[in-house]
Write a protein that binds this ligand. Structure first.
Ligand SMILES: [Zn+2]
Length: 141
């Protein structure tokens, strides 16, 4: 990704209504650490939307990473179109906290179905970086 006019004007995929360059882009590109659990969650949604697989793996808690993650994620980003994120609630996960929970809904489309992924995700901070640990997931189509 290059810094171009389009990037400056593009609205961030995470639904914040902020320009991409001032929202998830510096986080996904590793120039800035996500300050809160919600910011990390938003940046991971954006990474799913853009296919930034390395970022998704890097922001998963080490004990939750699997040997096949890169392949699984590659298939997911190839066949799934993410069409919108809504943050429903957050618990803790603030700048000075070490753990947090974010509840959200993400709309998606594949070739043969459209639906909503609902998830209550758990995050924890390690060495100043928020990591996705796990979550309760429900897919509604
Ligand atoms: Zn964003």
């Amino acid at each position: 990704m290059s810094h171009d006019q389009e990037g400056m004007n593009k609205v961030c995929p995470c639904g914040s209504n902020k320009p991409f360059d001032y929202c998830c882009r510096p986080i996904v590109e590793g120039q800035k650490a996500a300050p809160t659990a919600e910011a990390l969650m938003r940046s991971r949604y954006t990474a799913f939307a853009l296919g930034a697989i390395d970022y998704l793996i890097d922001t998963t808690a080490p004990e939750k990473r699997g040997a096949d993650d890169a392949d699984i994620l590659a298939d997911q980003v190839k066949y799934t179109n993410w069409v919108g994120l809504t943050i429903l609630s957050t618990e803790n996960g603030g700048r000075s906290e070490e753990t947090g929970t974010v509840e959200f809904e993400a709309g998606f489309e594949t070739d043969d179905q459209a639906g909503t992924l609902y998830e209550k995700s758990n995050f924890r901070k390690e060495n100043g970086f928020w990591l996705y640990v796990d979550g309760e997931v429900e897919v509604r189509t």
